[in-house]
Design a protein around this ligand. Structure first.
Ligand SMILES: C[S@@+](CC[C@H](N)C(=O)[O-])C[C@H]1O[C@@H](n2cnc3c(N)ncnc32)[C@H](O)[C@@H]1O
Length: 103
């Protein structure tokens, strides 16, 4: 979180991001914005599917989901790569999974 926050600040993007500190299973379980443009998963890999479920209904059409070290979350990969799962998904770079929710 600290590194991500300073990178966002240095990049001039901090005003576009809402930061919620604490256990993501709690902080993302309530009061979500109506529309989420980007979800970056880089916490506990085993929680990726659960975190996605928490925010999925708010992902806008075209929203991107970026999951770092996704190979450590096979359940997550199975879900976003499933033909009927609602995502277009592809491996990207070094163990990153890039997924888009078309609608
Ligand atoms: C690989 S590091 C990511 C660092 C982050 N990308 C950054 O730039 O600072 C994983 C982080 O996820 C955090 N984490 C693990 N489980 C979490 C949870 N349930 N809620 C929030 N953060 C969690 C860990 O404490 C750790 O700081």
């Amino acid at each position: 979180m600290v590194r991500a926050k300073s990178n966002l600040t240095e990049g001039g993007l901090i005003d576009l991001v809402e930061i919620r500190e604490g256990d993501a299973l709690e902080t993302l379980s309530k009061d979500l914005p109506d529309r989420i443009d980007l979800l970056l998963l880089d916490g506990a890999k085993a929680l990726y599917p659960e975190i996605l479920s928490l925010v999925e209904s708010r992902l806008r059409p075209g929203a991107l989901v970026i999951a770092d070290n996704a190979d450590f979350s096979p359940d997550y990969l199975e879900r976003v790569r499933a033909p009927a799962g609602g995502y277009m998904s592809t491996p990207f770079g070094d163990d990153v999974e890039l997924s888009m929710r078309p609608n």
